[in-house]
Each structure stands twice: as C-alpha cells, then as structure tokens.
Design a protein around this ligand. Structure first.
Ligand code: C5P
Length: 206
C-alpha cells in the first residue's frame, strides 16, 4: 500500500499523513523535510539557497541527521526550502531516496508537493489536501507561536502566498493535483474528520 499526499503549506498534509501511517501500519516520509534539510545545510554553511550549484551540492551530500534538527521547521528554512526546491538538479538528487523509501515494505505514506504527479505517479491512492490561504496562515502562525517563535499573522500569510506561487509556478515538478487524486478541503474540518474522509477515499480505491 502506498498513499501519495500533496497540497500547499499548512493544508494539513503532515497531520493526515502521520495519522494515516499510524492507522494503516505504514511508514511515513515528510518529503518537504528533505528540501528543508537541503536548505538548512546551505544556510548553516553560510551559502546562498538561490545559487543552484550550492543547492545541488547540498542535496547530493545531504546529511540525513538534519531531518531531526529542531531548526528544520522554522519559517526561514521553509522559505529557503521552496527556493532550493525550484532547482531541477536538487529535485533529481532527492528522487531516488523518496522512491526507495516508498518501495520498502510494508509500504508508506509520503506527503509533499509532487508525490502523486512525479515521485510516485503509479501510487494506487492519491490525495490532494487544500484549505483557504487565511486558514493555512492561521495554522502556521499558531504553530510558530506554540514553538516560541516570534510571528505576525499578516507576514505569515504573505509568505505562505509567496511560497504557494513559487511552488505552483516553477518549471519542474510544480505543485498541482494529479488527475486521479481525491481532493479534500480541510478549511472547516477537524483532523479526525479529515482522517475519516481519507480512509473513505482509500476504501473506495481498494
Ligand atoms: O511541506 P513543507 O513546508 O515542509 O515543504 C517545504 C518546501 O519544500 C515547499 O514549500 C516546497 O517548495 C518544497 N517541496 C517540494 N516538493 C515536495 C515537498 C516539498 O518542492 N515533494
């Protein structure tokens, strides 16, 4: 069983992916973490995430231990991640890891931006998770505050919309709904309601 989950920042992909993996006994990979770790490696070395050669080198020599870094989820790293993610050679370098992860028994839930379209186009179950920009910004803002980071709602909203535009507008593997994906709008749903809809979609496919 492989479940591919895509959608924009703050839509609830990560929460759903973890809950589904728990419920179905599958492994979980947050593919955004790979792009975040690449960006963090560049930033820690004092490099410029917008320089394609620097970003590619980081992706090729990625220190997987960075996936557990407390710095991974900061807004700065999230924004830099969407910059390195637009570099085709970075995406190529991270592709094998994602496919190998999915192919390892007993199966996996992967969440990201291009899992159903590029990484695993043959995944039997694809979900596309969306929510309004206002709600997604509210969730990210609360998450940053809960972690003790300084955060201003309006700024989070502007950054989330800039990130959406960069992720959906890039030439390689843009964020988009796969034709065979089931869309779930989480704006007015609780995490449990989202999980129920996802399980219903999985039942319908199997
Ligand atoms: O989901 P998360 O906010 O951790 O993702 C960080 C960034 O990584 C995204 O804004 C996107 O640019 C990039 N990403 C991607 N493809 C994926 C997952 C994430 O380009 N499959």
């Amino acid at each position: 069983m492989i479940v591919a989950i895509d959608g924009p920042a703050g839509a609830g992909k990560g929460t759903l992916a973890k809950a589904l993996a728990d419920r179905l006994g599958l492994r979980h990979l947050d593919t955004g973490g790979l792009y975040r770790a690449t960006a963090l490696q560049v930033l820690r070395a004092g490099g410029d995430p917008a320089d394609p050669a620097t970003a590619e080198r980081a992706a090729r020599s990625l220190d997987i231990a960075l996936l557990d870094s407390p710095d991974l989820r900061t807004a700065e790293v999230g924004n830099a991640a969407s910059v390195v993610a637009a570099v085709p050679a970075v995406r190529q370098a991270l592709l094998d890891f994602q496919r190998a992860f999915a192919a390892t028994p007993p199966g996996a839930v992967l969440d990201g931006r291009d899992v159903g379209t590029v990484v695993l186009p043959d995944a039997p179950v694809k979900l596309y998770i969306v929510a309004s920009a206002a709600e997604r910004a509210r969730r990210r803002h609360e998450e940053l505050l809960a972690r003790g980071e300084a955060s201003i709602y309006e700024r989070v909203r502007v950054e989330i919309e800039a990130r959406d535009a960069r992720d959906a507008g890039r030439a390689v593997a843009p964020m988009r709904k796969a034709e065979d994906a089931v869309e779930i709008d989480t704006t007015d749903l609780t995490p449990d309601q989202v999980l129920d809809r996802a399980l219903a979609a999985i039942d319908a496919r199997s």
